[in-house]
Design a protein around this ligand. Structure first.
Ligand SMILES: [Zn+2]
Length: 82
């Protein structure tokens, strides 16, 4: 997300705690819920700091949605300037 050259970690776009949740099961297939993106450790920690796993799964389940978040945009802009 921040475009820095960093070791990457796997982020489940649907956190594992969502997989057995009724709402998620109704709205997404098992295959869809396996989706993830590779992001660096600091971006990864940050998105988990500012959003609960349910929010991440529900509202931020694509890279585009994550990048559209105002707080994440601010972090990414800050990081790029350093
Ligand atoms: Zn990053």
């Amino acid at each position: 997300m921040c475009e820095r050259v960093r070791p990457l970690t796997f982020h489940h776009l649907f956190p594992l705690t969502c997989h057995s949740n009724k709402w998620f099961k109704k709205n997404f297939s098992r295959e869809e819920m396996k989706r993830g993106i590779y992001i660096c450790r600091s971006c990864h920690s940050y998105i988990h700091d500012i959003h609960s796993e349910k929010e991440l799964g529900r509202y931020f389940n694509t890279k585009e949605a994550l990048l559209a978040d105002e707080k994440i945009q601010r972090l990414v802009d800050w990081v790029k300037g350093h």
